[in-house]
Design a protein around this ligand. Structure first.
Ligand code: ATP
Ligand code: LTN
Length: 330
């Protein structure tokens, strides 16, 4: 039986966070045995906000190493960088000609991000269409993402329908694959907002390559309410609930048993233990990351192999799309 196809990616901004790890990468590593997986470093998406060219270049390499350090095996998966596959930008253009702007106007992530800046770029607006191209090029069945991406996935599905209505069946209809627990890890400084790697307050997120001391500091200074009894109440005690969720996902223990083990203790005890759990989780990841970063030629070689595999697949779809819409393939 042919394996189902999985595609996902993360935008190259900042460094991967604990939120990305729990909501995305950690799940990706579990899927690599069962499915045909393609994981992408989304560098073209990063251009939707202003980037310093030298920093962006260094970050693309670092992200690629972070993927492998988190357990994604370049032999089992196709690990590639988005800009190494020109078909992404090419298919995106075709798809923009089928996407009503009313659909883009509804995207909540665009609204949120554009409220924070007075330079609203067309690329940020088109971002979900590029994401649809990423997915459709590989005929992906499943797209593992965090809750924040659900709406973008719905748009990809709408775009498939628009295309099929006009030109006939061409793409696989993708489905979002969203983990039940930990689909949304919240900011350590404002538990009403999701943890985001591009947050300007670096105390609000833990990056997977943060030194242990910094991880401890960030968790200890995370914002919680002024009560003391440890209980799980996402509405009234959002900060603590977020810490308990992280605790539960990283240890595999259920939240009730964690809460029970802290009866008679204070929030501070939860924080100290959680800091140790996070540090231990990232210890092997950090060791592997620093090793990989020592040999950049090797990383570039892996990137090239990933790009070759991805290009072969993507070009097949693009050629078919060109034929379907009436362009001339040479
Ligand atoms: P940015 O701050 O640049 O928007 P981000 O931290 O939101 O970045 P993305 O690159 O947008 O991260 O997302 C990569 C993957 O991680 C996506 O699947 C996304 O759903 C998931 N993800 C991002 N933030 C969280 C979070 N706080 N909790 C759970 N999953 C998350
Ligand atoms: N927009 C996504 C990153 C991303 C992605 C994709 C995820 C870009 N292309 C394709 C899944 C499939 C985000 O998480 N911000």
């Amino acid at each position: 039986m042919t394996k189902k196809i999985i595609l996902s990616g993360s935008t190259v901004t900042g460094n991967l966070t604990l939120g990305n790890y729990i909501g995305a990468i950690n799940n990706w590593t579990k899927l690599q045995e069962e499915y045909e997986c393609l994981y992408m470093v989304a560098d073209l998406h990063a251009l939707t906000v202003r980037q310093e060219p030298k920093e962006l270049q260094a970050r693309i390499l670092s992200f690629y190493a972070q993927y492998i350090a988190c357990g994604l095996d370049p032999k089992k998966n196709t690990l590639f960088v988005q800009s190494h596959v020109p078909a992404h930008a090419e298919l995106q253009w075709i798809l923009t000609t089928l996407t009503p702007i009313g659909y883009l106007n509804r995207m909540t992530q665009f609204k949120e991000k554009s409220e924070k800046t007075n330079e609203i770029l067309a690329g940020l607006y088109m971002y979900p269409v590029l994401m649809a191209a990423d997915i459709l090029l590989y005929q992906a069945n499943l797209v593992p993402v965090g809750e924040d991406q659900r709406q973008h996935l719905e748009l990809s599905r709408d775009i498939v329908t628009f295309f099929h209505n006009r030109y006939g069946d061409t793409f696989t209809m993708p489905t979002a694959y969203i983990p039940k627990m930990g689909a949304k890890i919240m900011s350590l400084q404002d538990p009403t907002k999701k943890m985001s790697k591009s947050d300007e307050n670096d105390k609000s997120f833990i990056s997977i390559i943060d030194p242990p001391k910094s991880i401890e500091k960030k968790i200890k200074s995370s914002v919680t309410d002024s009560e003391t009894v440890v209980s799980y109440d996402p509405e009234k005690k959002a900060g603590l609930a977020n810490l308990l969720t992280i605790y539960s996902v990283l240890t595999g223990k259920n939240i009730d048993s964690i809460v029970a083990s802290y009866q008679g203790k204070m929030y501070g005890h939860v924080k100290v233990d959680l800091a140790e759990i996070v540090v231990e989780t990232f210890k092997p990841v950090q060791e592997k990351y620093h090793d990989l970063m020592k040999n950049q030629d090797h990383l570039l070689k892996l990137m090239k192999e990933g790009a070759d595999k991805a290009n072969a697949k993507a070009n097949q779809t693009l050629t078919n799309v060109y034929k379907k819409i009436g362009l001339v393939n040479l």
